[in-house]
Design a protein around this ligand. Structure first.
Ligand code: ADP
Ligand code: MG
Length: 525
């Protein structure tokens, strides 16, 4: 999409070319910001289509080649990882900081001064944000944060229901201070409608018993996990057998059967009644295990094996013969529940840690994926708030107030850096501007009205884009985690400064490439 040319750029030209790349990305995402943001349709080379307004997903699916665009992509990834939401915001601020830096470059302000001013503004912003944040007090407020994160997503009509489930998942898996999102699984299940999304305490896999002859349900499960199969190792299969005597072939089969029998005996000796393995299970073993009353599931993902391992205390072995009592895990109940559309294996009453699974139903892959993305955002913000317990007002309220206080701060500086602080403040205003534009409201009217509300000390007034009114968004429950804003501003500033410091773009050597070829590529203008 954005291709770097195999040329070398110096100084100002390098810088402006880089700024352009960052701006293209942020402009692309701008129209998706907020509840009234539009969707993007992403089509890959094979014609597969993803339609979404989720910033992180759009960036992930875009083909990005320019080195600076990749840097901006990293801003989004860091944002997603550290704060769980706010990727569009972070990328937009980064792009806007660079766009505004260009205005300063035009005025012959040196990039070092701009970087320093941006750094000062960033530090000041962190301070102001802490001041503007409020402590959350109740579960109800956690739900509000989850609802705000889901507003405008594909499954917005379910946000009340889903935000309750998300907070419940946090309760099941966390201790009120920390949630490990890895203990919450999102399982996509085609069929039923999306409003049937449910939360299950325990783990659920889309899988079925290796044969219907196995029991459907096991109480007091003793679990064995194998990252491999219950099969004759390939090695032995591939070895050529030269049969010179009639009896030799028979011996060979007898040997194989003996091997399989040992597998079954080993499992029996361990007292195991449930087996999960990542590869296949030989028919002989399947039926023998079924006779022993063992429930076995094959072709389980290695991610899922790790999750089962963590929650049941079972160790993962690569060969069944390596297993000892130490590797056996426990769960209160394991059950397969299946119908014409799907087959699910429930692992309930896992002791430690407590895990939960969202079963995301839907009639199409598109709706299932949108629901999954909305849930992930909501889980991300709830995890952030559970950790920090602090929220800020949404709908652009916080950005406007930050900008206002940064303008005041700039006035106290009296150095050239103050110009950069001013531009930093303007960059933050791009958030309420985009929210308004996307909702079809005149952004300048909105800015004027917002500024005058804030001048009257109404710090939490922002745009309610659902009603198209300037209101106290904190009171309305349009709220976001403090961490989302802190992180967006810090990674956007980091990226902008990194780009501003670059004054030379050189095509570097690819691994294995000779230096001679490189020197030929650097015919600069
Ligand atoms: P991001 O990827 O940055 O999270 P989103 O598209 O999720 O982008 O939009 C987030 C922005 O939408 C935030 O600034 C948030 O305050 C705002 N927002 C969410 N709900 C509302 C609402 N009901 N009214 C106004 N703004 C809202
Ligand atoms: Mg969001």
């Amino acid at each position: 999409m954005i291709n770097s040319e195999d040329k070398r750029f110096f100084g100002d030209k390098a810088r402006r070319n880089n700024i352009l790349a960052a701006r293209v990305l942020s402009e692309t995402l701008k129209t998706t910001l907020g509840p009234r943001g539009m969707d993007k349709m992403l089509v890959d080379r094979t014609g597969d289509v993803v339609i979404t307004n989720d910033g992180a997903t759009i960036l992930e699916e875009m083909e990005v080649d320019h080195p600076v665009a990749k840097l901006i992509l990293d801003v989004a990834k860091t944002q997603e990882r550290e704060a769980g939401d706010g990727t569009t915001t972070a990328v937009m601020i980064a792009g806007k900081l660079l766009e505004n830096a260009e205005t300063l470059l035009d005025k012959k302000i040196h990039p070092t001064i701009i970087s320093k001013g941006y750094r000062m503004a960033e530090e000041k912003s962190q301070e102001i944000l802490e001041e503007l944040s409020v402590e959350i007090e109740s579960k109800d407020e956690l739900e509000k944060v989850a609802r705000t994160a889901m507003t405008g997503k594909g499954v917005e009509f379910l946000k009340d229901h889903l935000s309750k489930l998300v907070v419940r998942a946090a309760e099941i898996t966390g201790d009120g201070r920390k949630i490990d999102l890895e203990n919450i699984k999102i399982e996509k299940v085609k069929g039923k409608s999306v409003d049937k999304i449910e939360l299950v305490q325990g783990l659920v896999l889309s899988a079925s018993r290796a044969t219907p002859k196995m029991p459907k349900k096991i109480n007091n499960a003793k679990i064995l996990l194998i990252d491999g199969g219950l099969e004759i190792p390939n090695l032995e299969r591939e070895t050529q057998i030269s049969v010179s005597r009639a009896g030799e072939l028979r011996d060979f089969y007898a040997q194989e059967e003996e091997f399989l029998r040992e597998i079954v005996l080993k499992i029996r000796s361990l007292g195991v009644n449930v087996v999960f393995c990542s590869r296949g299970i030989e028919n002989f073993v399947k039926f023998a295990l079924a006779r022993e009353g063992v429930l076995a599931v094959c072709s389980v993902d290695s991610d899922e094996l790790s999750l089962i391992s963590r929650s049941t205390g079972a160790g993962i072995v690569s060969k069944v013969f390596d297993a000892t009592q130490k590797e056996i895990g426990d769960a209160g109940e394991i059950e397969e529940i299946s119908n014409e559309e799907s087959s699910l294996v429930f692992i309930r009453e896992c002791k430690n840690p407590l895990v939960a699974t969202f079963l995301v139903y839907g009639s199409s892959t598109h709706i299932i994926d949108e629901a999954k993305r909305a849930l992930k955002d909501a889980l991300g913000v709830v995890a952030s708030v559970v950790k920090d317990r602090k929220i800020v007002a949404g709908g652009g309220a916080t950005e406007i107030e930050l900008a206002r206080r940064l303008h005041a701060y700039a006035k106290t500086l009296g150095s050239r850096e103050s110009l950069a602080v001013e531009q930093f403040a303007l960059a933050l205003e791009s958030i309420p501007i985009a929210l308004a534009e996307n909702a079809g409201i005149d952004p300048f009217d909105v800015l004027t009205e917002l500024r005058s509300s804030h001048d009257l000390d109404n710090y939490t007034f922002g745009i309610n884009v659902i009603e198209n009114r300037i209101e106290d968004t904190l009171r309305l429950g349009i709220v976001e985690p403090l961490r989302v804003k802190l992180q967006a501003i810090s990674s956007a500033t980091e990226a902008a400064i990194t780009v501003l410091r670059i004054d030379d773009v050189i095509a570097a050597k690819k691994p294995g490439e000779t230096a001679a070829k490189i020197s030929k590529m650097t015919d600069y203008e």
